[in-house]
Write a new protein. Structure first.
Length: 320
């Protein structure tokens, strides 16, 4: 399988990353994730990478990647290697996709979301709003086997991975403790390549983390539900599993996650004082208290926050 030349190894030490989608500028919620992952890397003497997750090209906003990078620079959050772009790494995702095909676990699917919803409803299964529908295996063959190269090139259908029965994944989150998910009951056979030919986030992020040698993933709790799927793919592809830490989400006045979909406003980086106000707000959300409130530079505040992060994370480590 095609890999990066001399990919970093977890033995090289801590390697973390921040991986925003360029669908708009950084808002308060995404700054929490950026700051948390940066602090965790710096507190552990590690490296912090920036990955632009532009795999879903129809949703990307031109110029948003550069705006995000400028905002991170303004906040003093500098990365250690050249920023990577998922849109430039298609051959690596294709190689992993073909590797999974050799294992005989991929099949094409022509179901629309409405068809899936109708099938579930007919079976008496009603999916709550904002919750993922569990795929009912409508298109899954009775016997799985590797597909031919010609058939694998079919791009007018989605491609799913066939999960084994009783596929339960358990892992220990560095903040939340033991987490588990029954993939068959809670997710179902999930999509790796969409019917428009684009690879999904689930496959791309697993390949990128492995090939960049990522050892620690610090991100928002909105992505916690994805972790079991990613660990399953890591196992199938023979990749190491990083450590995970999921951060509390920043919510709006209605209790909804701050996001571009909820029209969250961009962070203010017009002046150092504006940046410090944004950083303090993000730091408080992460549980950092008693940090400098005035008469300090961005670099000094980040240094104090890094020291405070060591104390906060030491107190949130799962108990044996």
């Amino acid at each position: 399988m095609s890999k990066l030349k001399n990919p970093p190894s977890p033995a090289d030490g801590y390697r973390g990353r921040f991986a925003p989608s360029p669908t708009g500028p950084l808002h308060a919620g995404s700054l929490v994730a950026a700051l948390g992952s940066w602090l965790d890397a710096r507190a552990n003497g590690g490296q912090w990478l920036l990955r632009i997750e532009d795999i879903d090209t129809p949703r990307c906003v031109p110029g948003a990647d550069l705006q995000i990078q400028a905002q991170l620079h303004a906040c003093g959050l500098f990365w250690d290697e050249e920023a990577s772009y998922q849109s430039r790494r298609q051959e690596h995702y294709q190689a992993a996709f073909r590797r999974l095909n050799t294992l005989g676990c991929l099949y094409s699917c022509s179901c629309s979301r409405q068809m899936i919803a109708n099938t579930l409803a007919a079976a008496g299964v009603h999916t709550p709003r904002n919750q993922e529908m569990v795929y009912p295996r409508t298109c899954r063959p009775s016997q799985m086997k590797p597909n031919s190269d010609e058939f694998l090139g079919e791009t007018k259908k989605a491609w799913r991975i066939a999960l084994p029965e009783n596929c339960q994944i358990q892992f220990e989150d560095l903040s939340l403790g033991i987490q588990g998910q029954d993939l068959c009951q809670e997710v179902g056979d999930f999509v790796l390549r969409r019917n428009d030919g684009l690879f999904t986030y689930q496959l791309a992020v697993v390949v990128d983390d492995a090939q960049q040698g990522i050892t620690h993933i610090v991100r928002g709790q909105d992505l916690l539900n994805n972790t079991a799927r990613q660990i399953y793919l890591q196992n199938q592809l023979g990749y190491p599993t990083p450590s995970y830490r999921h951060l509390p989400l920043a919510l709006d006045a209605n209790g909804e996650k701050l996001s571009k979909q909820t029209l969250a406003s961009s962070i203010n980086t017009e002046s150092d004082q504006s940046v410090l106000a944004e950083l303090r707000k993000a730091g408080e959300h992460l549980g950092l208290r008693d940090l400098p409130d005035g008469g300090t530079t961005i670099a000094e505040w980040l240094l104090a926050a890094t020291k405070a992060w060591r104390d906060v994370t030491a107190n949130t480590q799962p108990k044996d």
